[in-house]
Design a protein around this ligand. Structure first.
Ligand code: AMP
Length: 303
């Protein structure tokens, strides 16, 4: 089985209290597909400009990611600039330049149209629906977004949400999208917009799943050194969707396992800038951190 993702492929400039990088490889589809590539085949739909170096495309190919759906257009690649304070939980966006994404009209390669699992990563909700409409008969559709689109294109985003099975967003975005400060109430409001399952990512506090009136809570892995949270949400989504695509089992118990694989991928990603850490993991490292999550949360039942 394989997975198709539409999202940004970007140059990121990021400042954290521990350092800064300028115009490094980033983007929601880049982080997502790299994390997902440890679990399944993944194909990207995106656009880059003439300034995008071949070495980045070569890297994606080296992870066996299908890049036939990455178009190269006249103009500049998407750019995002952000910074984090010591409380590394939320990025402050300093600049977003959509560039070639502004006029992007995705045309899916034939081989993408039969994919069974679709991930609409953080990108313009009009583009998310455009891509989804070209996939013939998906079994599972999930989506992410961010405040940029909640503020700027809420009506379009609500139209996308009607079409998705699972929504993954962070806590600040859940509050903003629902207009409700309490996360449990926010979840009920968001589920009324269409998705059957909602996953709220809470940075260093882990993730919550809301499904069929049930709640599942997973912690984040307690790390001693966190360098750059950029892409953590996308890597979470990549591990999560990659595992679901690999197993094609969308029952709640398997979604719980997928949440832990997502948390594992996010935890590795924040240990270095850009894709430095997740670009070359060993699958045994992923499994061993999964087991550490199990130990971390184990406690005995009442007797
Ligand atoms: P995350 O830290 O997982 O929420 O995602 C960070 C990534 O999202 C960065 O690599 C950015 O290039 C990308 N990004 C930031 N803003 C946007 C946006 N408005 N649309 C699409 N991608 C974005």
């Amino acid at each position: 089985m394989s997975l198709v993702v539409v999202g940004s492929v970007a140059f990121d400039s990021v400042k954290t209290p521990f350092g800064e990088v300028d115009e490094v490889l980033g983007g929601s589809a880049t982080y997502f597909s790299t994390a997902a590539s440890y679990f399944t085949d993944v194909s990207i739909v995106a656009v880059v400009g003439t300034d995008f170096p071949d070495k980045h495309l070569k890297f994606l190919k080296s992870r066996k990611i299908d890049i036939e759906g990455i178009e190269r257009s006249e103009g500049k690649t998407f750019r995002w600039k952000g910074e984090y304070g010591y409380e590394l939980n939320e990025a402050r966006t300093l600049d977003t330049q959509l560039n070639v994404f502004q006029s992007f009209k995705p045309k899916l390669p034939e081989s993408y149209k039969d994919k069974k699992v679709v991930f609409l990563a953080n990108i313009d909700p009009d583009l998310q629906r455009d891509v989804l409409s070209q996939v013939k008969n998906p079994s599972l559709v999930a989506c992410d977004t961010m405040n940029f689109w909640i503020d700027g294109k809420k009506d379009s985003l609500l139209r996308t949400l009607k079409l998705v099975d699972i929504l993954l967003i962070n806590d600040g975005e859940a509050r903003e999208l629902s207009g409700e400060p309490n996360l449990v109430k926010a979840a009920n409001v968001i589920l009324s917009y269409g998705p059957k399952t909602l996953i709220i990512k809470r940075g260093e506090y882990g993730a919550l799943m809301f499904k069929d009136k049930k709640i599942f809570a997973a912690p984040a892995y307690p790390l001693e050194s966190v360098f750059d949270p950029t892409g953590a949400g996308d890597c979470f989504a990549g591990g999560f969707m990659g595992y679901l695509t690999n197993t094609m089992n969308f029952e709640e118990s398997n979604i719980r396992k997928a949440i832990i694989f997502g948390s594992v991928m996010a935890s590795y990603n924040v240990e270095a800038f850009s894709l430095e850490k997740i670009k070359s993991l060993d699958y045994s490292e992923i499994e061993s951190r999964y087991k550490e999550f199990k130990r971390l949360t184990h406690f005995e039942d009442l007797t």
